[in-house]
Design a protein around this ligand. Structure first.
Ligand SMILES: Nc1ncnc2c1ncn2[C@@H]1O[C@H](COP(=O)(O)OP(=O)(O)OP(=O)(O)O)[C@@H](O)[C@H]1O
Ligand SMILES: [Mg+2]
Length: 328
């Protein structure tokens, strides 16, 4: 099967390919790369390979990398491509099962109880029976993890567990359990499980190390800043109104900034923002003044501004021109 044939698949066909054992034949690294590209994401070969393996081996994929290198976006694009629902779980310090898996809708349970009392429905019922009445599935608030393992027709969802490094150890241990079995027990109702596991993407900015046990469940890929030509292509794709020459200069200037040992080196997101800002200001090519005016779109720390100014903005512009032309 050629890449084009796979790309021509409508979402239902892709979903079918992902839910039957012909997966390995239907997908190749190249077709995965092409499909992501067609959905606006330009992966390098390493990332395309990691995605291919995650899809065909049905393993969660843990993406680590600096801020703004395209970790979260990959999950969004995967959902757009496969037609699966994107279910996002944004992790934060203190997140627990009630926010990630399920909770009971106390307000509705209470209203139900009041209504039952008012109509005399509870009269003569045992406490157990009244309680059982309150723990029905319709009062269950299904959060991301439970929604991701609900039986469904159609393509498997994409479960994005974003910034897992922000969650606490206990929560990570809990995730480990879910990712091993794709099943959740709600004591009052029973076990929820799926035969068709979701596509799982975990991301981490590495503010702390994710535990080995969780890593063992996942395939791992470190997302690098894109190479120069890829970054130019991403800017061209995302900010089509800027000229190729300006896109090249911006990508080159950002590349040079990443070598300045900044506190927060710019990611692709900043490159895109910078190009868009320059475009909006009608700048046709980089010069010292336009860089100085727009530095806040690409560097978000005062110390980093000072470092770039100390390095010399004129130098940076010259470097960007040389680099941009060199590959022109
Ligand atoms: N390879 C790529 N192809 C197309 N767009 C990309 C690529 N990499 C990054 N981007 C763009 O860069 C921006 C930032 O990406 P994203 O938010 O996914 O980064 P992130 O790694 O999740 O960052 P953070 O760690 O800050 O959450 C998005 O607008 C995304 O579209
Ligand atoms: Mg992100």
């Amino acid at each position: 099967m050629t890449g084009r044939e796979t790309l021509a698949m409508d979402p239902d066909t892709v979903a079918q390919a992902l839910t039957v054992d012909t997966v390995a034949q239907a997908l190749t690294v190249d077709t995965v790369a092409q499909a992501l590209t067609d959905h606006g994401y330009l992966p390098d070969e390493g990332l395309a390979t990691a995605v291919f393996l995650a899809l065909t081996l049905r393993r969660p994929l843990l993406l680590e990398g600096e801020a703004g290198v395209g970790k979260t976006e990959l999950a969004k694009v995967l959902a757009a491509w496969t037609g699966g629902e994107l279910i996002r779980l944004q992790c934060y310090e203190g997140i627990d099962a009630a926010q990630a898996v399920y909770d009971w809708d106390y307000a509705r349970q209470l209203l139900h109880l009041r209504a039952a009392e008012a109509t005399g429905e509870t009269a003569g019922k045992s406490t157990d029976a009244i309680e059982a009445d309150l723990y029905q599935e319709r009062f269950l608030v299904k959060r991301a993890v439970l929604r991701a393992i609900e039986p469904r027709t159609g393509p498997p969802p994409v479960l994005l567990i974003d910034e897992v490094d922000r969650a606490d150890d206990e929560f990570e241990a809990y995730l480990l359990e879910v990712l091993s079995d794709f099943q959740v027990t709600v004591p009052e109702l029973g076990v929820f499980r799926t035969e068709e596991p979701p596509i799982v993407i975990l991301t981490s900015n590495r503010t702390r190390d994710v535990h080995d046990a969780l890593k063992r469940r996942c395939l791992y890929h470190w997302v690098e800043h894109p190479g120069f030509e890829r970054e130019v292509a991403i800017v061209r794709l995302r900010v089509p109104e800027v000229s190729e020459a300006l896109a090249r200069q911006v990508a080159a200037a950002v590349e040079a900034m990443r070598d300045l040992s900044l506190y927060k080196p710019p990611g692709v997101a900043e490159t895109i923002d910078w190009a868009a800002a320059l475009g909006r200001l009608g700048v046709a090519q980089l010069d010292e003044q336009s860089v100085a005016r727009t530095l806040g779109t690409v560097l978000k720390y005062r110390e980093d501004h000072q470092r770039v100014e100390h390095h010399g903005i004129a130098d940076l512009v010259k470097q960007a021109f040389d680099r941009g032309l060199l590959h022109g």
